[in-house]
Unconditional design. Structure first.
Length: 204
């Protein structure tokens, strides 16, 4: 055996120490930032769930309301026979809600917060969209992350990552109905931003 092929343990020791130091440093950084990493990972998973709805999507559109105002539309998704309006709600904790009540409640620990029933705004946005799309199927949904729970149940128009209907996923673009595609193309002409001061919301 060639003496050059013999591994000298003394020569390896500095390398092993260096690798160990780097490994410990990486583990320490991961431990210190573990909460931030977990949050980022959950956000990525949530975006992935949302992005898989429909075969195409549009974000942050400005839709006229027919009364010299407008609504800011969070997300639209194109499906085979309908266009979906999806409004992402960043609420956590226990949510107590019902379709017709004026206010919903958010409970975090011992604290309770009231907020206006977001279905009212969702319905107004759907009405505004119909001015552009005409008489095609439009459906609105509120999307909550896993960080929100509904101890008393929720309306059918509330979605979470695990409750997205299968019919909204895995859609091929060439299977979209012609009238829905035409309405979708009209929506593409809407602007994608507007001054915040002009945004309105009317309770129904």
């Amino acid at each position: 055996m060639d003496s050059s092929e013999i591994i000298d343990p003394n020569n390896l020791q500095p390398d092993i120490v260096a690798y160990a130091i780097v490994g410990l440093a990486v583990l320490l950084i991961l431990f210190i930032n573990r909460r931030h990493i977990i949050v980022r990972f959950r956000e990525w998973r949530l975006r992935d769930c949302l992005n898989r709805i429909g075969c195409e999507q549009m974000r942050d559109l400005v839709c006229p309301d027919g009364l010299d105002g407008h609504y800011s539309i969070d997300r639209l998704a194109l499906t085979r026979d309908a266009i979906l309006l999806i409004s992402y709600k960043r609420y956590v904790g226990n949510i107590y809600c019902a379709e017709e009540i004026s206010e919903w409640a958010q409970v975090i620990g011992q604290q309770s917060f009231k907020f206006e029933n977001p279905l009212f705004e969702l319905e107004n946005q759907l009405t505004a969209l119909k001015l552009v799309t005409g008489n095609i199927n439009l459906h609105g949904f509120l999307f909550f992350s896993h960080s929100a729970t509904f101890p008393k149940g929720h309306p059918d128009s509330v979605l979470q990552p695990d409750t997205i209907p299968a019919r909204f996923l895995g859609i091929q673009a060439d299977t979209v109905n012609a009238d829905v595609r035409l309405a979708w193309e009209r929506l593409k002409t809407l602007p994608s931003d507007a001054p915040t001061s002009n945004r309105i919301g009317v309770k129904t």
